[in-house]
Design a protein around this ligand. Structure first.
Ligand code: ZN
Length: 330
């Protein structure tokens, strides 16, 4: 009896020593998995399946989880965990009995443990367009989610058809509590600030402005930021689903303005250009920016006048007739 206890004690010491010493680190793409006690996984095959399952699920989760989700993840095996998997950003804990029972559903089990961190994740497909809507804020009303979704399906397909037929057909919305600005788009993901959307719950055409950024796909260095943002707000003016409901409008012209002011000030200038100088100029510029063919000379090539000449003509008679849409909500 005494002897067997002493053998067991020695054995435990060795395990705990090696498990500390043997944290196994695996990097794939821009993600790092640190298995803190790999010796708790009985076979190499199980370990390989687990590692593959992790890298098939966690990067997707991180993308949909929103703002600055951890890319460095600790994975620990615990023999006495009361469920098979607990997972959140940066941390995965597995039940040792479960993982060593050669489970067939490692990937799905990790995936559902990760998505339980969200309030909801809904996927809607209509006429070839898919919206995945991840909400991380329990205080976001279903009504707001529904209006953002309706705006997406009313506007985004039109932007794709008008400006870039190769644009993504699948878009991910993430309403994130950790993100404090208004909204931003990168790749096919649009990140919304939960705080902003709750305070400004009529401002659904954030979807239109950011949706245009998804369609633009200019990449870095294609043109000046004021031009990219001016086009996105011009598109919000032209295609906005409920600019009346959100009381969004283009500001009156002021001689203190410049086209470099970006956003709505630039957008108003673009409305004037379309109406008075060259119909379709924004579509042409958008196309050039995507093809990396835009230069300062583009203005002269398209209209016969330089950008500064165009702006001074605008400043001399800046009147435009503006019309806005009002949504009918379902
Ligand atoms: Zn923007």
């Amino acid at each position: 009896m005494t002897k067997s206890i002493s053998i067991l004690a020695t054995f435990l010491t060795v395990i705990s020593f090696t498990s500390k010493a043997q944290t196994e680190t695996i990097k794939r793409d821009r993600f790092t998995l640190n298995i803190t006690n790999p010796s708790e996984i009985k076979t190499e095959q199980t370990k390989n399946e687990l590692v593959d399952a992790f890298f098939e699920t966690y990067p997707q989760f991180a993308r949909a989880d929103g703002y600055r989700t951890k890319r460095d993840v600790t994975l620990t095996i615990k023999p006495d965990l009361n469920k098979n998997v607990m997972a959140k950003e940066g941390e995965v804990i597995l039940n040792g009995n479960w993982i060593n029972s050669a489970p067939k559903n490692i990937k799905n089990t990790i995936q559902s443990a990760l998505s339980s961190n969200w309030v909801s994740s809904d996927t809607t497909t209509k006429k070839g367009y898919t919206l995945i809507f991840v909400n991380k804020d329990p205080a976001i009303a279903k009504d707001l989610q529904s209006r953002l979704t309706q705006t997406f399906f009313a506007v985004y397909p039109k932007l794709v058809k008008t400006y870039n037929k190769k644009a993504k057909r699948e878009v991910l919305f993430v309403v994130d509590t950790a993100y404090k600005a208004v909204a931003e788009a990168s790749g096919g993901r649009i990140l919304f600030s939960a705080g902003y959307m709750k305070k400004n719950n009529t401002d659904v055409d954030v979807v239109t402005h950011e949706g245009m950024h998804v369609v633009q796909e200019y990449g870095y260095g294609s043109g000046p930021v004021w031009l990219t943002e001016g086009i996105a707000d011009y598109v919000r003016y032209k295609f906005g689903y409920d600019n009346i409901g959100s009381k969004w409008s283009l500001p009156a012209f002021s001689d203190k303005h410049s086209y470099k002011n970006s956003y709505r000030i630039t957008a108003r200038f673009f409305v004037w250009l379309e109406d008075n100088v060259k119909k379709g100029i924004i579509k042409t510029l958008d196309d050039q920016l995507r093809r990396k063919a835009y230069t300062e000379n583009s203005w002269k090539e398209i209209t016969g006048q330089t950008l500064d000449e165009l702006w001074s003509s605008y400043a001399k008679s800046p009147d435009v007739k503006l019309t806005y849409q009002k949504a009918v909500w379902k």
